[in-house]
Design a protein around this ligand. Structure first.
Ligand code: GLA
Length: 379
């Protein structure tokens, strides 16, 4: 990716960048909507991501070019300006610039900025966190600042929460920042505390992207966030991580049926993450896989952030040989399903799933066989 960034930057801006960076997308392994509830979560950074090339300008202008839109967006010196339409990709780097002072860091003024991605957008693989982390590293590098990785992660989350306007937790940025090849990232979101856990040999990831709408910003995610906070308030705890199954059951009469189900999902999902953390060192991928599929069933029935398309993929994959477990990955309401498989699952099996999906829905999901990869880095 480095060569492409260097040559594209030269072509678009007629000079060399000062720095090139890259940050990966992520798979949510298990821990669906646990992060903003203070819970635990496991994710994997993958071998696809977003690269950023950057060089400062002296006139204060901010010029952004994205490989997706193939156009330069020029924003004048002065206050940052949230964009809509084709220029809205600038909101991620702009959000990062806006966040830097909140962490006691200096943001660069003018610059030429270019991003390139080999990560499918809207697939629930968190291209937004990848662009935030790659941008953050680039802005920090050209201004000669090197805060901790945790600060970089928090800057990305701050950008997403405050500038882009999505009340997400720390999963996506945390995994993109702390990812490590052949490992999963474990996050205890209360600290937050980040750790890595070796991924047992022989684990493979397959992603099936439905291309159905991934409506994070459109409010469904925010609604779930609100429902969880309402449950915590009624239960008398700060966040749902402090609640137990017994507490949720005892409060059933005081919670609306929907809010009760959301709370049950979160409390039980946190228990599943903890069970997965204990199982991973044993290498028992079949048992880990069962937790993954159980997580999906809970998203389907209790958290209700799945869709007919995602459920069909999970049902089909769960009945396919060599699949340890399968679940929606990310916010839900569309997007992608991931399968944890053994090495014998291949294109034949994947195309069988694609054909079954196409026969039912009239279009094919994209298939991606992906591996773990390292976290955000300067190239
Ligand atoms: C999205 C958010 C994350 C997390 C997941 C659901 O990916 O960005 O913070 O809440 O949804 O687990």
């Amino acid at each position: 990716m480095k060569e492409q960034l260097l040559s594209r930057f030269q072509k678009v801006f007629g000079r060399a960048p000062e720095v090139v960076t890259r940050a990966p997308g992520r798979i949510e392994f298990i821990g669906n909507h646990t992060d903003y509830n203070g819970g635990t979560v496991l994710g994997a950074s993958i071998d696809r991501g977003v690269g950023v090339a950057l060089a400062r300008r002296t006139d204060g202008q901010r010029r952004f070019f994205s490989g997706h839109t193939n156009e330069i967006v020029t924003l004048p010196a002065g206050p940052l300006q949230k964009q809509t339409g084709p220029a809205s990709f600038t909101n991620y780097p702009q959000g990062v610039l806006a966040a830097m002072p909140a962490f006691g860091l200096r943001a660069p003024e003018g610059f030429d900025y270019l991003d390139l991605s080999d990560l499918p957008v809207g697939a629930g693989l968190s291209s937004s966190a990848a662009i935030e982390l790659a941008s953050g590293l680039a802005f920090l590098s050209v201004t000669g600042q090197s805060p901790s990785r945790e600060t970089l992660v928090k800057i990305g989350k701050h950008a997403e929460n405050n500038f882009v306007g999505v009340p997400c937790g720390i999963l996506d940025q945390g995994v993109s920042g702390f990812g490590k090849k052949d490992h999963l990232v474990f996050i205890d979101c209360r600290g937050p505390r980040f750790d890595t856990v070796p991924l047992p040999a022989g684990a493979h990831f397959w992603i099936f992207n439905t291309h159905t709408k991934h409506a994070l910003v459109d409010g469904l995610y925010a609604t779930r966030h609100r429902e969880c906070m309402e449950a915590a308030k009624t239960l008398g705890v700060g966040l749902l991580v402090e609640a137990t199954t017994a507490m949720v059951t005892a409060a059933q009469g005081k919670l609306s049926p929907a809010v009760f189900q959301r709370a049950r999902h979160v409390v039980e999902e946190i228990a599943r993450v903890d069970a997965a953390v204990k199982l991973l060192p044993t290498g028992d991928l079949a048992a880990v896989g069962r937790l993954l599929t159980a997580s999906h069933r809970s998203s389907q029935t209790l958290f209700q952030n799945s869709t007919t398309e995602l459920d069909f993929l999970v049902d089909t994959l769960a009945a396919t040989p060599h699949v340890y477990g399968t679940r929606l990955t990310g916010g839900g309401f569309g997007g992608a399903v991931m399968a944890l498989t053994d090495g014998a699952f291949g294109q034949t099996e994947a195309q069988g799933v694609v054909a079954a999906y196409a026969a039912k829905f009239g279009q094919k999901p994209d298939v991606l066989h992906t591996q773990t990869g390292d976290g955000a880095t300067i190239l």
